[in-house]
Design a binder for this molecule. Structure first.
Ligand code: GLN
Length: 282
């Protein structure tokens, strides 16, 4: 090894110290970025690469992370419900909390496998593709208003559920749902952040504003979507929407006004995260 050149282990240690100022997960970040720079898995990195010379590309990746850029945008990958997904700054990075929606759907549907699944605001395709990994025989449709997001979703679908359909649609435009049909399972993680909310710099400066913000109280998109659910569900169908942890009361009320019954589910942190709407009669 060249004199003065850091080993992988040493470079990770130094980077973790530097990143501690801006990240709560500094050591993990450094490992993931190093694995990315080497083009190996994290377990391979830890088992086989620690004494090798650090690659030149690593420093630039760490410098990006030090500006609060999310690791997932630097590597272009994120994991959701056991699926490895491509992500870009055109899509929200899938959150572990959103897995609550899939678990809630499984709980409520029990042994009734949905045959049709709609994901509103699919982004990377995470929710739809996770659902299709659970119910592979279902017909899946993902909708997003962002062409750049749809490209990401389509790529992820090709890998995980090639039969899934990803289509452009914007629920702020009149008539957007005409001809969509009805679905046994509707999923949605719409924008729900209050415009003025205090967000981590990694979120506010890097993630797509159009996927996050929904008016002064964060309820703009629910006000559009929830009243439409009765038209989108089959008899016996359910809709599962993600909510901010303080929004359960308001969003349940929107559903009740639309004639739906509602069940609230919590995430692993114990906070309200998903609402399952059901009970439409046709
Ligand atoms: N959970 C995201 C966040 O606050 C918000 C997602 C959304 O608006 N749909 O980071």
């Amino acid at each position: 090894m060249a004199e003065g050149r850091l080993t992988v282990a040493e470079a990770i240690r130094t980077a973790a110290q530097d990143l501690a100022a801006t990240s709560d997960t500094a050591r993990l970040d450094a490992e993931v970025l190093m694995a990315h720079a080497l083009g190996v898995s994290r377990s391979d990195l830890l088992l086989r690469w620690m004494r090798e010379p650090a690659p030149d590309a690593f420093a630039a990746l760490v410098a990006r992370r030090a500006t609060h850029e999310p690791v997932a945008y630097i590597t272009g990958r994120a994991e959701f419900y056991g699926l490895d997904l491509a992500v870009s700054p055109a899509v929200l990075i899938p959150r572990g909390d959103s897995e609550t929606l899939i678990d809630a759907a499984r709980t409520v549907l029990a042994d009734r496998a949905p045959t049709t699944i709609l994901d509103l605001g699919t982004g990377s395709g995470a929710l739809l593709l996770a659902a299709l990994s659970v119910w592979p025989a279902a017909q899946g449709l993902g909708i997003d208003r962002s062409a750049a997001a749809l490209e990401v979703a389509t790529g992820n679908a090709m890998r995980h559920a090639p039969g899934a359909d990803m289509r452009r649609g914007d629920w702020t435009q009149p008539g957007w749902a005409d001809g969509l049909g009805r679905f046994d399972l509707v999923l949605a993680n719409p924008p729900y952040v209050e415009d003025a909310a205090a967000l981590a710099p990694s979120v506010r400066a890097f993630e797509p504003a159009g996927a996050l913000f929904a008016g002064p109280d964060g309820l703009d998109d629910y006000r559009i979507l929830v009243p439409l659910l009765p038209r989108l569900l089959t008899p016996g169908g359910i809709a599962v929407v993600e909510i901010g942890h303080t929004q359960a009361g308001s969003v349940v009320a929107l559903g009740t006004s639309a004639g739906l019954s509602a069940q609230v589910f919590r995430d692993l942190g114990g906070r309200d995260r998903a609402i399952v709407f059901s009970g439409i009669k046709v």
